[in-house]
Design a protein around this ligand. Structure first.
Ligand code: SAM
Length: 333
C-alpha cells in the first residue's frame, strides 16, 4: 500500500522530477565539469542528502550546502530532490533504496547506503573518546559533510581533540569551501589541503599543511579508488602503511570484473563506463577481483603491503559463485 502510494505520488510529481533532472544534468555537464569540479562527487552526496530529507539518516549540513553547490540551486532542489523526499515522507515508503543502514547483502540499488553505514561506523569508532586516533583525513572528500555535524549515532568527529584534514583536487575543494561559507557552516576546524593525487603526494601536501605522520591517523578514502590507476592506489596504501602504528584506512573498491566489463559484469561494466565518460568525463581504472572467493582475493591483494585487513564487507552476494560488484575495507597499519 505504501509502495503504491509512493509510486502514485511520484507519478503526480513526474513533470517536476523530469524538468529537475534535466536542469541538474545540464548544470553538471556544462557548468560543473568544464570548471574541473568533480561530477561524480554528486552521486554519494545526493544519496546522503536523500537519506537525510527522507528521515533515514540525519545530515543537516548536506541540506544546508545543497543550494550553494555548483550544479545545484534552490530551483533544482524544489524540482528534483524535495518532491522525491515528500513522496517518501507522505507515503511512509522507504523501500530498500531509501533505507539506512540498508539491507545485507546490498545490491546495485542499495550499495551506497551500505557503504555510508560502513564508513559512518568506522569514523565513529575512530572519533570515540577512548580512540587513540588523533587525526582524521578525508582523501577525495568531495561534498562529504561528516566533518561538520554529528554522525547518525551521535559521535561527533568535529567535537573532540581530533584534527581534521580534507584533501581534494583544487577546483572541487574551492567550490566546497565556498558552499560551506555561503551556507554559514563553520569550517574553521578543518584544514584543507588542495592536491591532485596524480600530480602530487597527498602525504607531502598534508605534511605541508600541519599533518603529523607520527600520530595515529584515520583515513577515509570513499568513492575514489576506481578513478585512480593501480600505481596511485598502491602508493597511497604504502604511505598509509608508513604512518604511526594504529593508523587505519577505510576505503571501497569496485570489482575488476566490473571496472573492465568482464564476465559476469560485461553489460553493467560497459554501461557504467559509457555513462561515466559521457556524463562526467571520468573513467574507471582500478579494481580488485571479486571472483569467488572474494574475501581471499582481497587478502591476496593486501599480501606484503604492511596493512592488516580488519574488516571486509562485500557489496553484493559473496556466497556460492556470487561475484560482488565491489567491497568495503578497513585496514590497519
Ligand atoms: C565519487 S567522489 C567521492 C567524494 C566523497 N568521498 C564522498 O564519498 O562523498 C570522488 C572524489 O575524489 C576526488 N578525486 C578524484 N580523483 C582525484 C585526484 N586525482 N586527486 C584528488 N582528488 C581526486 C574527486 O574530486 C571527488 O571529490
Amino acid at each position: 500500500m505504501r509502495a503504491l502510494l509512493f509510486v502514485l505520488l511520484c507519478a503526480v510529481f513526474s513533470p517536476l522530477l523530469m524538468v529537475g533532472s534535466m536542469v541538474f544534468a545540464f548544470k553538471v555537464r556544462f557548468v560543473n565539469v568544464p570548471r574541473g569540479i568533480s561530477g561524480t562527487a554528486y552521486e554519494p552526496y545526493m544519496a546522503r542528502l536523500a537519506l537525510h530529507l527522507i528521515g533515514s539518516r540525519r545530515d543537516d549540513v548536506s541540506e544546508r550546502i545543497a543550494p550553494h553547490l555548483p550544479a545545484l540551486s534552490p530551483l533544482i532542489m524544489g524540482l528534483l530532490v524535495k518532491p522525491m523526499a515528500l513522496a517518501s515522507r507522505w507515503s511512509g515508503f522507504r523501500g530498500s533504496f531509501f533505507a539506512y543502514p540498508g539491507p545485507r547483502p546490498s545490491t546495485l540499488m542499495t550499495f551506497i547506503s551500505h557503504r555510508t553505514h560502513f564508513f559512518d561506523t568506522a569514523i565513529a569508532e575512530a572519533a570515540a573518546a577512548d580512540s587513540p586516533i588523533r587525526q582524521l583525513v578525508f582523501l577525495g572528500a568531495g561534498w562529504d559533510t561528516r566533518s561538520y555535524c554529528p554522525l547518525p549515532d551521535g559521535a561527533d568527529p568535529s567535537g573532540g581533540g581530533v584534527k581534521i584534514f580534507e584533501v581534494d583536487e583544487p577546483p572541487t575543494q574551492e567550490a566546497k569551501v565556498r558552499a560551506l561559507r555561503d551556507a554559514g557552516v563553520d569550517c574553521d576546524h578543518v584544514t584543507f589541503a588542495p592536491t591532485d593525487f596524480n600530480q602530487q603526494s597527498w602525504l607531502e601536501s598534508l605534511t605541508a599543511h600541519g599533518f603529523d605522520k607520527d600520530v595515529p591517523t584515520f583515513i577515509l578514502w570513499e568513492g575514489v579508488t576506481m578513478y585512480l590507476d593501480d600505481a596511485a592506489v598502491s602508493k597511497t596504501l604504502a604511505e598509509v602503511a608508513g604512518l604511526a602504528p594504529g593508523s587505519r584506512i577505510a576505503f571501497d573498491f569496485l570489482g575488476r570484473e566490473l571496472v573492465f566489463a568482464e564476465s559476469p559484469h560485461v553489460l553493467l561494466g560497459n554501461q557504467m563506463k559509457y555513462a561515466l565518460k559521457s556524463y562526467y568525463g571520468e573513467s574507471m581504472h582500478f579494481g580488485i577481483s571479486t571472483a569467488a572467493p572474494a574475501r581471499q582475493q582481497v587478502l591476496d591483494f593486501f599480501e606484503g603491503r604492511g596493512l592488516d585487513v580488519e574488516n571486509f564487507e562485500p557489496l553484493g552476494r559473496e556466497s556460492g559463485r556470487g561475484t560482488p560488484i565491489g567491497g568495503l575495507i578497513l585496514a590497519a597499519a
